[in-house]
Design a protein around this ligand. Structure first.
Ligand SMILES: Nc1ncnc2c1ncn2[C@@H]1O[C@H](COP(=O)(O)OP(=O)(O)O)[C@@H](O)[C@H]1O
Ligand SMILES: [Mg+2]
Length: 359
């Protein structure tokens, strides 16, 4: 007998575990049909060689903004009529300056010799490349996270056939933009609302079909899971629970996933872990760990600890990261009224235990 006999292929509950990965983009996104149609309508004129419409899509995190937009872009890739259209997807959290964003656009356009170029040289090269294409569809994910918007101005000013899709967590972000940008962008707004219980159930049931063998999920177990995911207000939590529950069932050599497996998964899954995996880079994880270890200190103290431990980012960038963590409900910031312009805050890490007993 082999020690791994229990791993026989008939024992797995997963038909396609990749469908539970963070960056998996399902073919169908239930309850996002309307938003996807809106985005497609904004892009359509480009395919017909006319000028497109720009869109700001807003809503909290984990409501399908990124996934819906990626699906629309993937569908566009499949259209022969749109072959000549440049399709670019940039995350402004990862590339947050005009230089980095333009370099990223250049790379996606297949132009690789960008190092040693100055910012304005890259801008010119990108614009030259784009002028040769039959229009541009540019998605800026986490658009509010960019440090400057010069790149946007140059694109708006120089590229005539374009659709810009800007994704953001902030509701009124568009109104904060510089007039020289808004006057050229004139965006339509589309809102992505939090999913309610029945929508969450539909989405998770659909994902179950992609990822698991038929019949392995106990109806009540899935129901409990959907309730928790709805309360957590982030479908990512639900998807992570699907995965972990399946793994727990497998580790017990169970062919069914039951309420007990889901309960174990809920108790095991730190909110912190799901939020920290794919969405954050090393710096953000580093800041997050410091917030966890030194929860309850002020912004200034935390920055000092960060620097003492070898952190190299400026205090401004550090605060930007804290703001983002707060938005993702990983920490809370309570202003003390002290400090420079009264901007000092007490940072509290929202521990997963506390989070989970809130249910
Ligand atoms: N309507 C939906 N149908 C299927 N999966 C969804 C849906 N909405 C969100 N998801 C999934 O949930 C996760 C979070 O969605 P995402 O698009 O990243 O949210 P946001 O960009 O709004 O923060 C992704 O893995 C995505 O595939
Ligand atoms: Mg997103």
């Amino acid at each position: 007998m082999n020690s791994f006999d229990f791993l026989g292929s008939e024992q797995t509950v997963f038909s396609n575990p990749d469908a539970l990965d963070q960056d998996f983009v399902p073919k169908l996104l239930p309850h996002r049909e309307e938003q996807q149609r809106f985005l497609a309508t904004a892009i359509k004129p480009i395919i017909q060689n006319r000028s497109g419409m720009s869109v700001i899509a807003h809503g909290p995190s984990g409501v399908g903004k990124t996934a819906s937009t990626k699906r629309v872009l993937m569908d566009l890739e499949e259209l022969a009529d749109a072959d000549g259209v440049a399709k670019v997807f940039v995350n402004c959290w990862k590339a947050n300056t005009t230089y980095k964003i333009m370099t990223e656009i250049a790379n996606q356009l297949g132009f690789r010799f960008t190092h040693n170029l100055k910012t304005n040289e890259i801008i010119n090269r990108v614009l030259e490349k784009l002028e040769k294409r039959d229009g541009l569809v540019l998605v800026l994910d986490e658009a509010d996270k960019a440090d400057d918007y010069d790149f946007l101005y140059h694109i708006l000013e120089n590229i005539s056939k374009k659709t810009l899709i800007l994704l953001t967590n902030e509701n009124d972000w568009g109104s904060k933009l510089d007039f020289r940008i808004t006057s050229r962008l004139t965006p339509e707004l589309v809102e992505f609302k939090e999913y309610n219980l029945s929508e969450t159930k539909d989405i998770l049931s659909e994902r179950v079909k992609y990822a698991f063998f038929q019949g392995v999920w106990d109806e009540n177990a899935l129901d409990l899971l959907a309730h928790r995911a709805t309360e957590f207000k982030d479908i990512r939590f639900g998807i992570a629970l699907l995965k972990l529950s399946g793994e727990i069932a497998e580790s017990e050599s169970s062919k069914k996933i039951t309420i007990t497996h889901v309960e174990t998964a809920i108790n095991k899954l730190p909110a912190f872990k799901i939020k920290s995996s794919a969405d954050f880079n090393d710096t953000e994880n580093f800041v997050m760990k410091i917030c966890e270890e030194f929860s309850g200190r002020t912004t200034g103290k935390l920055y000092k600890i960060y620097s003492d431990r070898g952190g190299k980012k400026s205090e401004k960038t550090f605060k930007r990261i804290l703001d983002a963590l707060a938005k993702k409900r990983i920490i809370t910031q309570r202003p003390t009224g002290d400090g420079f312009k009264g901007r000092s805050s007490i940072i509290e890490f929202r521990s997963p235990e506390k989070k989970l007993t809130e249910y």
